[in-house]
Design a protein around this ligand. Structure first.
Ligand code: DQA
Length: 143
């Protein structure tokens, strides 16, 4: 089982950005948590983060034929990006959408997700644990 964890814009600022909403864990610590969890579960994992929409599209395309599952937090591009939706549809790799905060209980514009239509599941508002839950979902679905 090979999972790619893709994070979009501003998620490199975790721990610094709005800690009341996104918590105090930094991006580097998040990657360590994901890698430790993967090791325990016997999952191969790679993490990728970019602030650029096209780079996220390139990374999703690069997963084609190589990756068994995608965990994606597209950040603000969740609410705007048809390109990321289309990339996920193009590779048709099982994907889970993750949001650290509960997007449905925030501003109206955060309730719209373009990527959701290409994802098997959405995990929202479970903090950084949501990434681990998404990995478990994908690996259990593959068994
Ligand atoms: C987010 C929620 C988005 O609305 C926001 O733009 C982010 C992070 C989350 O993880 O809760 O950058 O995806």
């Amino acid at each position: 089982m090979f999972i790619k964890v893709i994070n979009g814009p501003n998620l490199n600022m975790l721990g610094v950005r709005e800690p009341g909403i996104y918590g105090h864990t930094g991006y580097k610590e998040l990657v360590e948590l994901i890698e430790n969890h993967a090791r325990e579960k016997g999952i191969r994992v790679e993490c990728f983060q970019s602030n650029h929409e096209g780079d996220l599209v390139d990374e999703i395309q690069a997963c084609y034929g190589l990756v068994d599952g995608i965990v994606i937090n597209p950040g603000a591009y969740t609410h705007t990006s048809v390109a990321i939706l289309d990339a996920l549809k193009a590779v048709s790799i099982p994907a889970v959408e993750v949001h650290i905060s509960d997007v449905d209980s925030r501003e109206e514009f955060r309730k719209i997700s373009y990527v959701r239509a290409a994802c098997e599941k959405t995990i929202s508002g479970h903090g950084i644990n949501g990434y681990l839950e998404a990995m478990d979902f994908l690996s259990e679905a593959k068994e």
